[in-house]
Design a protein around this ligand. Structure first.
Ligand code: FAD
Length: 450
């Protein structure tokens, strides 16, 4: 028998139950389809295309080493898979389950032809529900329920061989997909990333050595205190249970709890597939977001890292230059856009979608709605983060000096708010809006909504 192995955000050969099942059934044709239509407005963004290019190249090499191949096709997934079955005589599609609504739709359309396996989460998402079988809306309750299913099963090994069919179908050339930026090539700052399964596993092992300090370091933007596994996890170059396995005794609850957020956001998508565009609480549809020319200028200043708030600007420049941002700073910059600038969270979510190498429909939308206070969870709109206070509390001085070179010479006591200390260099903008003024405007908008 011949099977298709449909790879999506699971670009790995280890802990890949769909691959194991396919090889047990006979010859395997691994396929990746660049499907910009199915996802519609959520077609993958620029930074992620860069990642995808390198990740597919690495996976292709790994398959070549097993005397197999990675077949690349572009277009509507369902049509291409059906055509490939006809063309190759394959009788079955094996794939891991994904929770993005466009993937669920494609899986449903393939009906009996596809067999789905779990492998990208700590537990089966459908099994982590409330007593009455509903998905959780609040992370802490989800976490409690998930813990009863931990630790996860051990990862499954990669099959030693990957039996090839007698005839290979045609494949696109990766270069023809033009996933890498050309004019201009903005990816210079991405050089520290190394997409692919080998590096993902190596990085998890390296992180094991520092995981004991995770709780004390994870909120400090200047420290290298988190795993930076997010783009590897998003693209499925490593599974969450492989991460936990690699950490061994160092996998403390605090870290596993963060990994569990991925599972949680998939559960939210299962219940609310439009969460990327629709307010979790409908009353926020009436919030008077700013949307005039001044708001557009403010949005641009935020995107370019020119708000006059050093911690915000450092974060936005880290994002633009490296395709990633520290979690604490994601919270601060997101809150700043939504509350201080009173700009619809969806504008920020979009920007992150295009700029993040780890852009993930579930993780991005759930976190944005949580910060905005529009979500199904309990966070309140009126909780407004103070960016300058956060910057000081989490000791962001070195982080700011690294990402905002205009402030490289500003000393520690003034770095969080150089304006206030009278040491703001001319090349760095004044604050776009004062904290108190912004806070009052946000609270007034909330009142207007009522
Ligand atoms: P670590 O601290 O080492 O955590 C390990 C892993 O746990 C991460 O790689 C990630 O897979 C998962 N994780 C940790 N925190 C969260 C969280 N709050 N929500 C979901 N998963 C989490 N994460 C994404 O993967 N994709 C996104 O598009 C994304 N958008 C975000 C937008 C906003 C506004 C905010 C506040 C957070 C967002 N996050 C997103 C979550 C988080 O910031 C990143 O997962 C984290 O910074 C990645 O760095 P790390 O791998 O070093 O994390």
């Amino acid at each position: 028998d011949i099977s298709l192995l449909w790879l999506r955000q699971d670009l790995r050969l280890h802990d890949q139950p769909a691959l194991v099942a396919a090889t047990q059934a006979g010859a395997v044709i691994p396929v990746y389809i660049l499907d910009d239509d199915a996802a519609g407005e959520w077609a993958i963004g620029g930074a992620q295309r860069w990642w995808l290019h390198h990740s597919l190249a690495a996976l292709g090499d790994a398959l070549d080493a097993k005397h197999s191949r990675l077949i690349l096709r572009r277009g509507d997934s369902v049509t291409i898979l059906r055509d490939l079955m006809q063309e190759t005589g394959a009788t079955r599609i094996h794939a891991l389950r994904h929770y993005e609504p466009w993937w669920r739709k494609a899986e449903a359309a393939l009906g009996d032809a596809i067999t789905l396996y779990d492998g990208n989460h700590l537990a089966r998402i459908e099994d982590v529900t409330t007593g009455s079988g509903a998905p959780f809306r609040i992370f802490s309750s989800f976490w409690k329920a998930l813990q009863t299913q931990l630790p996860p099963d051990a990862p499954v090994a990669a099959p030693r061989t990957c039996p090839a069919p007698d005839h290979w179908p045609k494949s696109d050339a990766l270069a023809d997909w033009a996933l890498l930026p050309s004019k201009p090539d903005w990816s210079g700052g991405f050089a520290d990333w190394k997409p692919g399964e080998t590096e993902a596993l190596a990085k998890a092992k390296r992180f094991a050595k520092q995981a004991d300090d995770y709780e004390t370091q994870r909120n400090l933007p200047a420290a290298d205190g988190t795993s930076r596994l997010s783009p590897h996890l998003h693209h499925g170059e490593i599974s969450p249970r492989q991460v936990i396995h690699a950490l061994g005794d160092h996998a403390d609850d605090g870290f596993v709890r963060e990994i569990a957020w991925r599972d949680f956001t998939s559960g939210v998508l299962l219940a609310l597939p439009d969460y990327g565009t629709v307010n979790g609480r409908a009353k926020f549809d009436a919030l008077p977001w700013r949307d005039d020319a001044a708001a557009k200028r403010d949005l641009k200043a935020w995107q370019r890292g020119r708000t006059g708030y050093p911690i915000v600007d450092a974060g936005m420049r880290q994002l633009w230059q490296s395709g990633w941002m520290h979690n604490r700073v994601r919270m601060i910059t997101a809150s700043f856009l939504v509350k201080h600038l009173l700009i619809d969270w969806r504008a920020g979510e979009r920007w992150f979608w295009d700029c993040l190498v780890d852009a993930d429909y579930g993780n991005n939308s759930v976190n944005w709605q949580w910060i905005a206070g529009t979500g199904v969870d309990a966070n309140m709109f009126s909780r407004i983060m103070a960016p300058l206070g956060q910057s000081e509390k989490f000791d962001a001085g070195d982080y700011i000096r690294r990402w905002v070179p205009e402030l490289a010479d500003v000393p520690d006591d003034a770095i969080h708010d150089p304006d206030e200390h009278g040491v703001r260099p001319e090349s760095y903008p004044a604050k776009i809006i004062g904290h108190r003024e912004a806070r009052e405007r946000a609270l007034a908008a909330q009142k207007a909504m009522k």
